[in-house]
Design a protein around this ligand. Structure first.
Ligand code: V47
Length: 367
C-alpha cells in the first residue's frame, strides 16, 4: 500500500503521518482528491489502530426530541416545522418526555441525547424542567443535550450570555453538549443552507465557553451537499484549532447528507466511498481529537461497520428513538440492541467496548 501511495504522489503525507507531523490544508485536499482511495483508508486505519488498536466504542443511549418547532429554516432539515399547529409540528410536555425515560426503567441506559428545534414560544424554564426531571427519573444518567446552535438561540431569545445559559442548564443537570448544528462553517455554504441560525464562529465560541466551564463536547460536519472538498478541509481544521485551544472535544462525527423531504432533495446523497474517505481524512487531519465516530443512523449500518477500517473507532450507540434522519430518508433501523452493535463490531474484526459518554469503560462484552 505504501508503494501505491508513493505512485499516487502521496509519499510526503505518508512520511508526515509516520513522523506524527501535522498535516496541512493542502494535504487534506490531496487526500480527498486522490484516486488512491484504499491507500487513504489504509493510512487512516494505521492511525486508528495506533490510538485504539481494535477497540471500538459504543454506548447504551436514548435519543429524545422534545419539539420540532423551529424558527430556523435550514434547507437540509426534514425534521423541523416553522410554527406550532403546522402539519407534523409537535411539542411534548415535560411529563411526556419523562414518561419516555420512565418506560425504559429496565434498560441499563447511560446517556440521554436530546436536540430540539429553536422554539420561539417556550419559556426557558421548560428546558430547565426537562433536565431536572430527567435527572430525577434516572439520577445517574448523563445528559448530553442541546447543540451550540440551541445554546446561542437561548442566549439571544431569553436575554442571557452563552455562559449564563450554559451555567443555568448545567445547574439543572446538563452534563455535555452534542455536536449538532455545525453543518459547514464556511460562510459561503452556511449562508445558503442555514442562513438564519448562528454562524460558525458563534458555534465554535459556544463550544469554547462550554469547555472553559469544564464541559466536554462533540463536533460534527454535514457533508455531501453543496460544499467543496476545500470547505470540508477548512471545517475540519477549524475543529482542530479549537481543540488545540481548549482540549475539550471528545469526538468528531462526519454526518452524511440525507436528501429526502427537504428543500435540498434534488441533490444526491453522498456515495459510499465519499463517506468512508471523509471519516479517513478526518482521522488523519484531527491529530488532537481522540475519537472519530461513524454514526450508523447517518452512514447506514453497513458503511459504519466498514468505516471501522477507515479511521472510525466509535459507532455512537443504541439510539432508539431517532427522528431527524428517518424523516430525511434514513432506512436504518430506528434502534440497535447492544447485542446487535456488538455483533456488527465483532464481524468487522474489531473489539466492542461499551463506554459511557465520557469514554469510561462500562463493560467489555465477553467474546
Ligand atoms: O445538526 C439534519 C444533521 C444533526 C439532516 O454529538 C442532517 O454525539 C443529514 O448532531 N441529512 C443532528 N444530516 C445530529 C447530530 C449528532 C448525531 C450523532 C451523534 C452526535 C453527538 C450528534 O443532524 C444536525 C444536522 O447537522 N441533519 N438534517 C439531513 N437531512
Amino acid at each position: 500500500m505504501r508503494e501505491r501511495l508513493r505512485a499516487a504522489g502521496l509519499a510526503d503525507i505518508v512520511e508526515k503521518v509516520e513522523a506524527r507531523e501535522r498535516l496541512t490544508f493542502d494535504d487534506g485536499v490531496r487526500l480527498f482528491e486522490t484516486p488512491e482511495f484504499l491507500g487513504v483508508g489504509w493510512l487512516a486505519n494505521r492511525e486508528r489502530e495506533r490510538r485504539h488498536g481494535a477497540k471500538t466504542y459504543f454506548n447504551h443511549n436514548l435519543r429524545l426530541e422534545a419539539t420540532n418547532v423551529c424558527e430556523a429554516s435550514c434547507l437540509f432539515c426534514s425534521f423541523a416545522r416553522l410554527k406550532e399547529g403546522m402539519a407534523g409540528a409537535h411539542t411534548a410536555s415535560v411529563e411526556q418526555i419523562l414518561d419516555r425515560l420512565r418506560a425504559r426503567a429496565g434498560e441499563p441506559l447511560t446517556e440521554v441525547h436530546m436536540v430540539n428545534g429553536l422554539h420561539p414560544e417556550l419559556p426557558f424554564s421548560y428546558y430547565l424542567d426537562l433536565l431536572r426531571g430527567l435527572k430525577g427519573v434516572r439520577p445517574g444518567i448523563h445528559l448530553k443535550c442541546f447543540t451550540a446552535v440551541e445554546i446561542a438561540f437561548f442566549a439571544d431569545h431569553y436575554g442571557k450570555t452563552d455562559r449564563q445559559v450554559l451555567e443555568e442548564l448545567r445547574a439543572a443537570g446538563l452534563d455535555s453538549l452534542p455536536g449538532g448544528g455545525a453543518e459547514i462553517f464556511a460562510p459561503r455554504v452556511r449562508k445558503k443552507i442555514s442562513y438564519d441560525k448562528c454562524d460558525g464562529d458563534r458555534y465554535l465560541s459556544v463550544h469554547r465557553t462550554a469547555h472553559a466551564l469544564g464541559m466536554r463536547t462533540n463536533m460534527t460536519m454535514l457533508y455531501g451537499h453543496i460544499e467543496t472538498l476545500a470547505e470540508r478541509v477548512d471545517h475540519i481544521l477549524q475543529v482542530r484549532a479549537i481543540q488545540d485551544e481548549t482540549g475539550g472535544l471528545q469526538a468528531f462525527i462526519p454526518l452524511a447528507f440525507h436528501p429526502d423531504n427537504n428543500q435540498m432533495r434534488k441533490l444526491p446523497a453522498p456515495t459510499a466511498t465519499d463517506t468512508l474517505r471523509t471519516h479517513a481524512v478526518a482521522r488523519l487531519l484531527l491529530d488532537n481529537v481522540d475519537h472519530i465516530k461513524a454514526y450508523w443512523i447517518s452512514t447506514s449500518v453497513e458503511l459504519a461497520q466498514t468505516a471501522l477500517w477507515f479511521g472510525a473507532d466509535d459507532l455512537d450507540g443504541t439510539v432508539q428513538e431517532e427522528t431527524i434522519y428517518h424523516m430525511a430518508g434514513s432506512t436504518t433501523p430506528a434502534a440497535l440492541s447492544t447485542d446487535q452493535i456488538e455483533r456488527i463490531i465483532r464481524d468487522a474484526g474489531r473489539e466492542p467496548i461499551e463506554r459511557d459518554t465520557l469514554y469510561n469503560v462500562v463493560r467489555v462484552p465477553a467474546a
